[in-house]
Design a protein around this ligand. Sequence first.
Ligand code: SAM
Length: 420
Amino acid sequence: MKIDILTLFPDTVNAVLHESIIGRACKKGIVEINCRQIRDFTDNKQNQVDDYPYGGGWGCIMMAQPLKSCLDSVLEDNEGRSRVIYLSPQGQPYTEDTARRLARDYDHLVLVCGHYEGVDERFIEKCVDEEISIGDYVLTGGEIAAMAVADSVCRLVPGVLSDEECYTGESHWDGLLEYPQYTRPENWEGMKVPEVLLDGNKAKIDAWRHQQMLIRTKEKRPDMFSKLSLSEKELKAVERNLKGCVECRKAVPEDLHKIVDITKQAKQILQKRGIPQWLGEYPSRETFSDDISRGELYVLTVDGSVEAFFMLSGEPEPTYAVITDGKWSSDEPYLVVHRAAVSDAYRGSGLSDILFKNVERLALDTGRKYLRADTHKTNKSMQRCLRDAGFVYRGNVEVDTEPGFDPMRYAFEKRLKYKK
Ligand code: SAM
């Protein structure tokens, strides 16, 4: 790909395009970018490139002759498929599709930068193949637009980026916006990286990213979203978009069937991971029914559908009376979180973070200072949730469980902070 940029400010353009990724591609000879000073092609002694508009009006117009002579000089020794493009606010809106077309169909682009009030119309009529606008606003010159076109075309040329995937997964490639990206640290100013990205499960990560692309496109660019042809399943997944539609409320008996379903899903996962928790019939429909009648069971709904639950109780938990290999911070009354689970559909979606935020909110309303919870030592994902929510490991407690299974649990505690 060879790009010639016809401009009155070659130093400005060179400074930008010969830096970083595109600059390195130029050095390696993968792309060639030259800036031509239009002023060098004037046929008048003053090197004048512009003049007053016929008919009067504000500003000056770039003359056709220097532009044409400059253009001829770049076209004469070029044998490839050339395309002459005038950057103009009157051009077709520039998109990733245009960049792809230019990278695919041509090996020589001539980008003409206007200035002042624009260029003599006869030059456009005679010499320009297409006009491109980089947006519905007016710049003082075409240089910024030319640099945008050159940069976006060059990065599609094989060898400029390390892999095709570098651009095929990005925003606008398939009519979608890219998923959110994160880098270290895992927890920045209390904001955590979504859990699904941490467990290395490629299939799960891909599915999450795809869903995020759809959700983002819907939220940020409904115009793009409306052009997608999506399957029923994809549309449903997007509708389950978490933002702004999660509610936490006390569970009612009508929620029981969904709570039991989520429990089944959670038990399957525990079993698959070999975690000896929620064994046999526990926790049963009756367990949750009792929780509801005591007013201690809460559900999280997404768009009205129950997708998670937890039990929060102010009653002392008998099995926490004895703690080994450590101790609780205080003997003061505490609250205990038990029986927390998220549906399969929302596992790894961030709903568990929201769940623990609600636990804390409700706990703060009681005026108590401590929250306690427990989980089995092999239940790493629950331990991560607890730690992420600010709980700390305090020692081991022994719970009632099915005979033959490990009754020991890691005991966690969180000291609640009240705003002064
Ligand atoms: N008088 C022109 C009009 O109203 O259509 C605008 C001229 S503008 C001030 C000067 C030059 O900036 C143009 O010749 C063009 O090369 C460039 N330019 C301004 N806005 C642009 C845009 N949105 N996209 C591409 N080039 C633009």
